[in-house]
Design a protein around this ligand. Structure first.
Ligand code: AMP
Length: 115
């Protein structure tokens, strides 16, 4: 497994750089994206340094379910009735930070399909 502990999200998890946190528990944390693509743009990340979805296996079943439940909790907390959850996996899919993260994007109408 790729060790993603040295990404910028690893540094956020270790408290080395600040973030605008909106949720946290033993398994994950959520904070506002520094370059928001919509009025609400939050990232939900596991504390475990998993590079991307392709690095997960059956042992991550509970964690992955938890991340989606937290994404929905955050969306409700932000007052959203509609939102999009996105997980970019791999550079060609647009992943820039190789620490698994779920984007929660909402607060405006969102086009489909994505670019
Ligand atoms: P992705 O392209 O799916 O890897 O998404 C990475 C996201 O992380 C982008 O939307 C960035 O704006 C965001 N990002 C990068 N650095 C930070 C940071 N220090 N705090 C919050 N969000 C960040």
């Amino acid at each position: 497994m790729v060790n993603s502990g040295d990404t910028i999200f690893g540094r956020i998890l270790r408290g080395e750089i600040p973030c605008d946190q909106v949720y946290g528990d033993d398994l994950c944390m959520a904070f506002r994206d520094v370059n928001p693509q919509a009025p609400v743009h939050v990232l939900v990340i596991p504390r475990e340094p998993i590079a991307h979805l392709g690095e997960t296996g059956p042992e991550h079943q509970l964690l992955l379910g938890h991340l989606l439940l937290v994404a929905a909790k955050v969306a409700r907390q932000e007052g959203l009735e509609s939102w999009r959850t996105v997980i970019n996996s791999g550079a060609e899919a647009g992943q820039a930070v190789f620490h698994l993260h779920v984007h929660v994007i909402g607060g405006r109408a969102l086009a489909w399909p994505p670019g």
